[in-house]
Ligand binder design. Structure first.
Ligand code: NAD
Ligand code: MG
Length: 387
């Protein structure tokens, strides 16, 4: 039996992870599940999977969680420190599927226990890539990417020498506004941005797909995880979302990873690694699909892509600043305090404002990353209020 924990269990990735786990009840023991305000779902999942402990990130949700789990023998806890503590319970495999920088402390804690960290939480690599990789190395733990593009690159690299990689192409569906003009995008509402043409995901990543901030995070994630230099990483529009990534080698050959737009493939790959096991995903019928199309992304329409390049070049704590500013701008857009294009405007201003500070000059620790994150949120609040 493999001991499994799922952080962000109540979200889109978490629920899909537990769906796969439920199909093989004899293979897995569930240790810890964490969630946010959806306490009813967290309790239901904890009971169904006989978890040892269920943790909500929010203290005020604890009474409801306790009620829902009373008499079950399942432990309960609340607060972000409790989430991180739960990640310290030994597990063989941990899913990191909290959304945002809040996923970083529990992800690091899980890495300190050895074992495997299946990483959906791309923000932790964007904010603290070197720290994540160094923590894994020090504790002999493994990070497996779960983002579909990065799982695709990982799979294309199996048996290959990374030194022979000439380029990595990360595909993008284009999100909700791929066929909209810049003028129409300027008036977009959060509801419009939150409807994805191909993927069924959480609200925040879906809006980030419409602005290409999701792809921007993924370019940085590619750089951090695989150690590929920014000039060799490309984003490519591919509206069908069937090719998730391509890896080009020094001999001109490319390995493309093709699969259905169903996260259970990438999650299942990480769950079963290093083996392959059958997964309940659609098998593609190419004759029916007919064609795959591609186009170059428009960096004027999507400034997030340009900002990602600048962040990769600058390195240090700029990833943490970029992500925190992006999270603050996304909150402001969801709350209708700013318009859609102002998200990129705000993020760029925060990066410029903090670029002359001492951020990123010293060694990276969890504290320095959290400090950069906090300073970026303060700067973002001021900048957003003045927009
Ligand atoms: P979601 O919004 O559906 O779920 C987020 C989860 O995090 C929930 O369990 C929620 O309770 C929890 N959470 C929210 N705020 C929290 C906080 N402050 N502290 C602790 N827990 C908190 O998100 P999702 O779409 O499942 O995405 C999760 C992560 O996976 C994100 O990093 C996202 O970028 C990444 N990802 C998602 C997909 C996808 O298909 N959904 C694909 C690739 C990568
Ligand atoms: Mg992705």
């Amino acid at each position: 039996m493999r001991r499994i924990s799922v952080f962000g269990a109540t979200g889109s990735i978490g629920v899909n992870t537990l769906d796969l786990i439920a199909r093989r009840p004899d293979a897995f023991d569930v240790v810890a599940l964490s969630g946010g305000r959806n306490v009813a779902l967290l309790a239901e999942l904890a009971i169904r999977h006989r978890a040892e402990i269920a943790v909500t990130a929010f203290e005020e949700c604890l009474p409801n969680l306790r009620d829902a789990l009373s008499g079950t023998g399942i432990e309960t806890a609340a607060g972000s420190d409790a989430v991180t503590e739960a990640a310290g319970r030994p597990a063989d495999w941990t899913m990191s599927a909290i959304v945002g920088a809040a996923g970083l402390p529990p992800g690091l804690k899980a890495l300190e226990q050895g074992g495997t960290l299946a990483l959906a939480n791309k923000e932790s690599l964007v904010c603290a890539g070197p720290l994540m990789l160094e923590t894994a190395r020090r504790h002999g733990s493994t990070i497996l990417p779960v983002d579909s593009e990065h799982s695709a690159v990982f799979q294309a690299l199996l048996g290959e020498d990374i030194a022979k990689v000439e380029r990595v192409i990360i595909t993008a569906s284009g999100g909700a506004f791929r066929d909209w003009s810049i003028e129409r995008m300027a008036r977009a509402t959060p509801e419009e941005a939150a409807s994805h043409p191909n993927w069924d995901m959480g609200q925040r990543i879906t809006i980030d797909s419409a602005s290409m901030f999701n792809k921007a995070l993924e370019l940085i994630e590619t750089h951090e995880y695989f150690g590929i230099t920014p000039d060799r990483i490309e984003a490519l529009f591919h509206p069908e979302s069937m090719i998730h990534a391509m890896v080009g080698f020094c001999d001109g050959g490319l390995m493309a990873h093709i699969g259905p737009a169903d996260m259970r493939h990438a999650i299942g790959f990480a769950l079963n690694h290093p083996h392959r096991e059958p997964l309940p995903v659609e098998r593609l019928d190419f004759a029916k699909l007919g064609q795959f199309t591609f186009r170059a992304p428009d960096e004027v329409k999507y400034p997030a892509l340009r900002l990602a390049r600048e962040v990769m070049q600058a390195g240090g704590h700029n990833g943490a600043v970029f992500n925190a500013a992006k999270e603050a701008a996304l909150d402001a857009f969801i709350d209708r305090r700013i318009g859609f294009p102002q998200m990129a405007e705000a993020v760029e201003k925060v990066l410029v404002k903090l670029s002359s500070s001492h951020l990123g000059k010293g060694a990276m620790t969890l504290d320095t990353v959290l400090d950069a994150d906090a300073r970026a949120r303060v700067a973002a609040a001021e900048i957003i209020a003045a927009l």
